[in-house]
Write a protein that binds this ligand. Structure first.
Ligand code: UN1
Length: 484
């Protein structure tokens, strides 16, 4: 069905074929650690490619959706095996194309296999509920149906996990897919398509189109054959996607930014809190929508926490992401790098004090040293807006009530963490913190594959992703009154 030998050679995947874009245009992707190194040439696709991909997906839908769900699941399970067999290769490609440190890239590649495996199991789980009709006692039941063709628009920061966690449920529940991969990390996503192709996914069930948002995303959203759009990325782009898709009557799901707080109570285990702050703020160079952007520390332990966090930063390994010991690597590209440096400058201009970092850390790479601010005002830019890099701020607090109020005082609500050994403190935070994902004594980032993932407030829109929650977005529910 497909020529897997060419699967990773910088091509789209349309109707079961690895193919250049129709217009033949390409772009070069460079390694953010050594920007002179070209990782590969990829298609700069356009509306014609989207049209062909959507046509293939639409043609494939009737047969795919009528296949027994367990058989669809079996294909996902085989694709999971194919990914597991290549975790190292996928991780190396991810590191080269978008700079995620290898130690995290390996975990993420393995997580893509876990996601496929979870959704493979959905083929065996219930699709509806049985009731009695009130008047007659005859049966009335619900069942779910696939939507048809779904459009998935994925970011570069989790280039294995996010394409997997949108594609796997879409396919498991019987939809066919057009997946737009991020220009900054197409190779990792092609590995997912390759694994599914090797698992004998019928042609047209998954189609991958690589290119710019305006050239690929827009026609994909506008295409009348596309029933639903799931998007992960920035707030302004996401709102544009939602407004356009909603005006066309489409189902929409957005996973957007965050400005995630961590509260450290005076009774917390400080070493664990410091480790979680470091990991949450700096791993993946802070390029996670779940990264820790604000750390509120209770007055009696503030100085001690600050000292230990700075010591942890001293010992953290920053640099070449291909070195398996590296914890903090480069930012993904020059414009993100410039934006992060501009955010740091703005933090300084508005009165913030840089305790460490705050500057370029390598002559070639888009590397910014882990940066910690203090004395940042609650209304300052850094306290309110997402700077997508290794930048976090420390704040002192007096009472828990005050900490929760300040933690909630942003428009985002993705994740939040509290460190405490006091059950009442933990419970109050769980009750009152405005976030879709709450952590008691663990870092703000991270997502298990089998539980819902998604934010509140400006961080998300539509049903949550992952776990069984994904069925809400990728299916529609029908109610059947069945009389004899
Ligand atoms: C995680 O914290 O492991 O783009 C997942 C993001 C989120 C996913 C975070 N949608 O950063």
């Amino acid at each position: 069905m497909s020529d897997t030998a060419s699967a990773l050679e910088g091509v789209n995947f349309v109707a079961g074929r690895w193919t250049a874009s129709r217009g033949g245009e390409t772009y070069e992707r460079r390694n953010p650690w050594r920007p002179s190194e070209v990782v590969g040439e990829f298609p700069s696709s356009g509306a014609e490619d989207v049209d062909a991909a959507v046509a293939a997906a639409e043609a494939a839908h009737p047969a795919w959706s009528s296949r027994p769900a367990a058989q669809r699941g079996a294909i996902l399970a085989r694709a999971a095996d194919a990914i597991d067999a290549r975790v190292e290769e996928i991780a190396q490609d991810m590191t080269r194309e978008m700079g995620k440190p290898l130690r995290e890239a390996r975990l993420e590649a393995a997580r893509a296999a876990m996601i496929l495996r979870f959704f493979a199991g959905e083929g065996w789980r219930p699709w509806g509920q049985v009731y009695e009709q009130s008047a007659s006692g005859a049966m009335v039941y619900t069942r779910r149906r696939s939507l048809g063709v779904v459009g998935l628009i994925t970011p570069w920061n989790f280039p294995a996990a996010i394409p997997a966690w949108k594609t796997a449920p879409a396919l498991a529940y019987g939809n066919t897919v057009v997946l737009k991969l991020a220009q900054d990390a197409p190779l990792t996503g092609l590995h997912l398509a390759r694994a599914l192709a090797e698992a004998d996914l019928p042609e047209g069930v998954l189609n991958v189109v690589i290119g710019r948002g305006s050239a690929v995303g827009e026609p994909l959203i506008a295409d009348p054959r596309v029933r639903a759009v799931s998007f992960t990325g920035s707030v302004p782009v996401g709102h544009g996607v939602r407004d356009r898709a909603a005006s066309l009557g489409k189902r929409t799901q957005l996973e957007l930014g965050g400005h995630n707080p961590m509260i450290v109570a005076a009774d917390a285990k400080l070493d664990a809190a410091v480790q979680a702050a470091y990991a949450g703020a700096f791993w993946s160079a802070g390029q996670k929508c779940t990264a820790t952007r604000r750390i509120y520390v209770e007055e009696p332990v503030y100085d001690e926490f600050r000292e230990r966090l700075l010591a942890r930063i001293e010992h953290g390994k920053v640099g070449d992401p291909a070195d398996p010991d590296t914890e903090v690597g480069p930012l993904v590209n020059q414009s993100q790098f410039e934006e992060v440096l501009a955010g740091i400058d703005r933090g300084r201009e508005e009165g913030g004090t840089v305790l460490t970092g705050g500057e370029r850390a390598d002559a070639d790479a888009y590397l910014v040293a882990p940066t910690v601010f203090e004395n940042v005002g609650d209304d300052a830019y850094l306290s309110c807006e997402e700077v997508f890099g290794p930048v976090t701020s420390l704040y002192r607090f007096g009472t828990l009530e005050e900490a929760i109020e300040r933690a909630n005082a942003v428009r985002f609500g993705l994740s939040a963490a509290v460190f405490t050994t006091n059950l009442a403190t933990a419970t109050r935070c769980v009750d009152e913190l405005q976030a879709g994902i709450l952590h008691v004594n663990s870092q703000t980032a991270g997502a298990d594959v089998h539980v819902p993932f998604g934010g509140t407030k400006a961080s998300g829109y539509g049903p949550h992703e992952q776990g069984r929650a994904a069925i809400e977005f990728y299916t529609e529910e029908v109610t059947v009154y069945q009389d004899a």
